[in-house]
Design a protein around this ligand. Sequence first.
Ligand SMILES: *Cc1c(COP(=O)(O)O)cnc(C)c1O
Length: 397
Amino acid sequence: MYDRLQAHLQKELADIREAGLYKNERVITTPQGAEIKVNSGAEVLNFCANNYLGLSNNPKLIAAAKEALDSHGYGLSSVRFICGTQDLHKRLEAKIAEFFGTEDTILYAACFDANGGVFEPLLGEEDAIISDSLNHASIIDGVRLCKAQRYRYANADMADLEEQLKLAQAQRFRLIVTDGVFSMDGNVAPMDKIHELAQKYDAMVMVDECHSAGVVGETGRGVTELFNIRGKIEIITGTLGKAFGGAIGGFTTGKKEIIEMLRQRSRPYLFSNSIPPTVASAGIKMFDMMAETNELQDRLHENTAYFVKRMVDAGFDIKPTRSAICAVMLYDAKLSQDMAAKLLDEGIYVIGFYYPVVPKGQARIRVQISAAHKREHLDKCIAAFTKVGKELGVLKG
Ligand SMILES: *Cc1c(COP(=O)(O)O)cnc(C)c1O
């Protein structure tokens, strides 16, 4: 039979290539950082990593991971509830709860698993999930695995959310679900208003903090800090794979009975391996560092403000952002690809996005700022954008 599937796959792959949607992976030969080397030997400045706090190659985290190799070994060869729980996992869970001001935390192999395993154990057919239309794929998949009634509201549209909440009043439990920061625009979910509507229409709230934790809020505690609703959100999910060191690992943190039930019933937790001691140990170190100083968050906020201001002054059209994601709007798919290629020639690594990743006519280059960027990196990036922008005629008057 494989010859028939093979022919089918070959055709589908050719179609993907033809549509210009084929994903090529660029190979990096150095640690993740502001300055990286790709396998052609070229050195480029990286502006497309989720390495918001510049911790992916942090010496203290590397040392903590190495220590754990000696003290706790390489792997657990077990799920948590059989023999995969070390003191390190419990300590990391407590640190995460402390960071977010929540009651308890459960670790997963990734946030994809946290989101995939959060709905089904908590909600059933008689309940409602009210989900932002731009939520992450893992939330969409998690919702699909759950029998709750589904309602969808337009991105960050509070009038629409209110409509959907009215429609969902017949259900037993209601859960509003949103990303904290939306990855394509860099906009923040209006959590204060979402919280208010949840109160008014008797609903709970879940927020996915993957792009907001460590980034948003004065001390990087995420959207609940930004909107002054710490401790008031029932469920927060997040990743250790972005701002928090960038290795791997996800978590759900929130009300203690919810976390307790997830430990009993959440399938990606029950049927998948424990995170390795190296990652747990470096995670603990990372949260200890966060508790000591806000230096990295401050630098990230400064860098982002500096970059946005200079780019707007240079004549670029940047979507309003409250995160470290800056969408440089070009509106034309081909232009976004040409511009990203020319920027790479200038030593700036960024990615152009177009339909279907973003809506038709909304093509853009997404720039992700990091605390690891030095002023000279930002200046070099802005200069390259300006040079290429002039060549391609995208600068405003
Ligand atoms: C990256 C991301 C995830 C997945 O996180 P992993 O830990 O890499 O699986 C989930 N949700 C959102 C909003 C994300 O940006």
